[in-house]
Design a protein around this ligand. Sequence first.
Ligand SMILES: C[S@@+](CC[C@H](N)C(=O)[O-])C[C@H]1O[C@@H](n2cnc3c(N)ncnc32)[C@H](O)[C@@H]1O
Length: 280
Amino acid sequence: MPDRQRHVCFNEQAHDAVSGAYEARHSEIFNPIEQDRLHESLREAIQAVRTTSDPRMALDYGCGSGNVTAHLLDLGLHTTSADVSRAFLDLISDRFGRTGRSRTLKVNGTDLAGVPDGAFDFVATYSVLHHVPDYLAMVRELCRVTKPGGVLYIDHEVNESYWDRPAEYVEFLQAARPRVGLRRCVRLALDVKGYKHIIRRLFNPRYKREGDIHVWPDDHIEWDKIERVLCDKGFEVVLRREYLLYKSTYDIRIYERYKEQCADERVIAARKRPIPGERT
Ligand SMILES: C[S@@+](CC[C@H](N)C(=O)[O-])C[C@H]1O[C@@H](n2cnc3c(N)ncnc32)[C@H](O)[C@@H]1O
């Protein structure tokens, strides 16, 4: 099996396996501070949509258990939640099916074959691109399925500071992270399943328990390349924001003190320029 396909299969299996426990394991996403920030950013980006469709159709690419989908529904859009993991899509149908505004789409992880050009007014992807082997090709696909006047929203991918570690960010991490205490050491030692993952990591340093592959040699998505794709595809940036991700293990007082001084994540939203003379 080609390398890219293997990565996609691994992601599919890893996320199928974790689907039931996903929200409990990801307190960096499912905490009130991050949820409020996400809601506000989505609201702001949706306001930049210039299409005239009613209702407005949104795609949540790499939807997981429905974090972004829930906000989009709350903000009045109709949603298509797309993922490689069937288990996640089943969860979405159970949770949101009754709204009558939510559908799911099983994707192959490499393109959006079968989805027509300009199918969506709003396309969102949150914490997904670092799982996708050719993530720039996927950004091109997300551009293709965005309607002229519509907005593509990319969130929760680390920015350059996360890897460059400027002094104030290191200072923040040292102060905000909990000390590794005896209880945590005991818990890790008893995590028998964890040993399997440590051994896999020894043989393959790219290995991550939930299928992340990252992009080597820099080990992160390259935002500058993403912006170049957006520009080539006729998009203009309408929102770009750096933020310090709040993890619920952080000391909240220290987080509050540093959140304006350093940042480790970025959100970008960009609008597709309408084609002159064409109805949007
Ligand atoms: C870190 S989770 C983020 C989930 C969700 N967006 C959220 O906000 O919680 C990554 C998601 O991307 C999906 N995924 C992984 N590789 C993918 C690919 N190549 N194409 C589409 N989705 C993928 C996973 O199944 C998982 O649902």
